[in-house]
Design a protein around this ligand. Structure first.
Ligand code: FES
Length: 175
């Protein structure tokens, strides 16, 4: 801008149409309107909350986590505690004491559970449970309730574990 313009072209009063807007045929936003810049900043700030609210799926919102008890090559979960901790949840991440890997429990349509490895077969991210599926938040691989790949980039299924009732516990056989 020419320095003389600044002297001859003082800042317009609030709400006034600027010469640039007039030339370009752009109307100023009405008082109180949200500008594009404000909208983008707002989305950046609350993107996580929006994502969770709009999608309501795992990969966005944190899935319930539950600690299992290791016994030989199995992990035991108190079913009553599980239902108390995650009532009606479509899936739960089971942490294994002393181990980095996790198990994913997905609820099937009969109210039972399917147990899958919680480690994505693509590059090892924690897979998140959804309603009848598991999804990896890293690159979007999606697996069905039996662990089969529905969508890549993962090519290998998630290992599936056998389950049985053991008294009040759910026993997941890791071998
Ligand atoms: S690590 Fe899971 S999709 Fe890439």
């Amino acid at each position: 801008m020419n320095p003389d313009d600044a002297v001859n072209d003082p800042a317009p009063p609030p709400g006034a149409i600027t010469r640039r807007q007039l030339v370009a045929g752009i109307a100023p936003p009405p008082p109180g309107a949200i500008t594009r810049r404000q909208l983008v900043a707002g989305i950046a700030l609350c993107g996580g909350a929006l994502c969770g609210a709009l999608l309501g799926v795992a990969g966005c919102a944190a899935a319930p986590r539950f600690e299992g008890r290791l016994e030989d090559d199995a992990v035991l979960i108190d079913l009553a505690e599980l239902e108390r901790a995650a009532p009606g949840a479509s899936g739960v991440i089971i942490a294994l004491p002393g181990r980095r890997e996790t198990v994913l429990l997905l609820r099937d349509d009969q109210g039972g559970w399917s147990a899958l490895s919680g480690v994505c077969t693509h590059q090892g991210c924690q897979v998140q449970p959804g309603a009848g599926f598991a999804r990896c938040p890293c690159h979007g691989s999606t697996f069905d309730i039996e662990g089969q790949v529905v969508r890549g980039p993962a090519r290998r299924a998630l290992p599936r574990y056998a389950l049985e009732r053991a008294g009040g516990d759910l026993k997941i056989k890791l071998q």
